[in-house]
Write a protein that binds this ligand. Structure first.
Ligand SMILES: NC(=O)c1ccc[n+]([C@@H]2O[C@H](COP(=O)([O-])OP(=O)(O)OC[C@H]3O[C@@H](n4cnc5c(N)ncnc54)[C@H](OP(=O)(O)O)[C@@H]3O)[C@@H](O)[C@H]2O)c1
Ligand code: SF4
Ligand code: SF4
Length: 373
């Protein structure tokens, strides 16, 4: 059965990790990337109100919107109602700011940004659901959906409450397919149950799956010495049914050339290739890490309101993938609206509640020194 976005070419350009020169986006390289991406037949671009403090939206105006006919691409952006506004008016104004910054005239896809945990409530407090439905009626939004970082049962509940959402954007990668914290598979299955097409974000786990330990990367190289380690991750995501696009955050022209090379004439994973990925999944599982199951027992009585499992997850990004930048990025999101690792009172309540007997205070100390800094 035909679905929304079925005909959109399956590689999307994620605009959260654009090439940088110091603190500024490298516009000339971004233009080259946009040109090549469109030349090869791809059309979907994903930015957000908050990426690079608004510079991502401004950059895409300069590199794309001002240089190409509006009907030659799809542009998506997002509204983060949890990111600081104090009133409904301030929250709703983010939409108008995005329209102005991008110069897009309308958005093909518009998302409530990053629903889940304690972030969801602000979208109700500021009537964002109703406000965006009005903008859709006016034609300023063609398709409305949301991006999501939480558990599958929370996604199920949201889709029951908001059946008018046309699509969802989910974090899906082969390493988190069965993970307790990200629940890629379970979330994907919930979306499919609700007949919602899926946009996939973070297919390379924010870069971590391009920098897996050499011994594990060797499994991929042995299976095919000619393809990049990152390509396995993007193809895993793109091989799923019912997707609109896989957003790859490409941070330079070479990464884009690589990803275009196998996505242009995309071939889903073969059975043999799936076996290779299963072997890598197993090898990654065996890398030592903090054995947090994300049960949340520790957080209920924490006087410092520390999102302990999220911080341990960020620390695992460092321990398993040696990806300090990725760990810092995860940490930044993990601690938005909650206590930082350094604010731990060392009261010990959490360790008493943890069924896995994890030395939480020690790990928080390490997180504060290593990734909070
Ligand atoms: N809540 C939300 O709505 C939300 C959240 C996250 C992301 N997103 C969207 O989803 C997009 C994708 O997420 P992401 O940027 O985290 O994506 P990702 O594709 O998982 O990671 C991007 C990183 O992977 C590495 N990479 C990609 N292709 C590569 C290649 N061919 N060779 C080597 N390394 C490669 C690069 O890492 P290095 O830079 O380290 O080289 C790149 O920066 C974002 O750009 C954004 O548009 C949305
Ligand atoms: S030891 Fe730290 S993290 Fe654990 S409950 Fe006390 S304040 Fe919270
Ligand atoms: S109680 Fe232990 S296993 Fe459960 S979320 Fe907290 S640290 Fe993780």
């Amino acid at each position: 059965m035909a679905y929304l976005g079925e005909n959109i070419p399956k590689l999307g350009f994620g605009l959260m990790r654009l090439p940088m020169i110091g603190q500024d986006i490298d516009i000339e390289q971004t233009k080259q990337m946009v040109d090549l991406f469109l030349e090869k037949g791809f059309t979907y671009f994903d930015t957000a109100y908050g990426y690079n403090n608004g510079k991502s939206e401004a950059a895409i105006k300069e590199a794309l919107v001002d240089r190409y006919p509006r009907d030659k691409f799809q542009l998506a952006t997002k509204l983060p109602a949890w990111a600081g506004p104090k009133t409904a008016e301030e929250a709703q104004n983010m939409f108008w700011t995005s329209l102005e910054r991008t110069g897009a005239g309308y958005f093909d896809f518009y998302l409530l940004h990053n629903l889940g945990d304690n972030r969801t409530q602000s979208f109700y407090d500021y009537n964002i659901w109703g406000f965006l439905a009005e903008q859709k009626e006016k034609g300023l939004i063609k398709h409305l959906g949301f991006s999501f970082h939480d558990k599958a049962d929370v996604l199920d509940d949201l889709l029951n409450r908001h059946p008018d959402m046309e699509f969802v954007q989910l974090q899906i990668n082969y390493a988190d397919w069965e993970s307790d914290s990200v629940q890629s598979r379970k979330c994907y299955e919930v979306a499919r149950k609700h007949n919602k097409p899926v946009i996939i974000m973070e297919p390379v786990k924010g870069g971590s799956l391009a920098s897996i330990p050499d011994s594990i990367a060797g499994i991929f190289k042995e299976a095919n010495p000619n393809t990049s380690v990152a390509s396995w991750a993007v193809r895993f995501a793109a091989s799923l049914d019912g997707i609109i696009a896989v957003l790859s955050g490409m941070s330079n022209l070479d990464q884009m050339k690589d990803n275009l090379s196998y996505m242009q004439d995309f071939k889903p994973l073969t059975d043999d290739e799936r076996k290779v990925i299963a072997k890598v999944q197993k090898a990654l599982e065996d890398v030592p890490r903090i054995p947090c199951t994300n049960c949340q027992y520790c957080t209920k009585g924490c006087p410092a309101n520390i999102a302990i499992p999220n911080i341990l997850n960020a620390l695992n990004t460092y321990l398993v993938y040696n990806n300090l930048q990725g760990a810092r990025h995860n940490y930044m999101f993990a601690t938005r609206g909650s206590g930082k690792a350094s604010t731990c009172y060392t009261c010990g309540q959490c360790e008493g509640a943890c069924p896995q007997h994890i030395e939480i205070m020690e790990h928080l100390k390490k997180a504060a020194e290593l990734i909070e800094a």
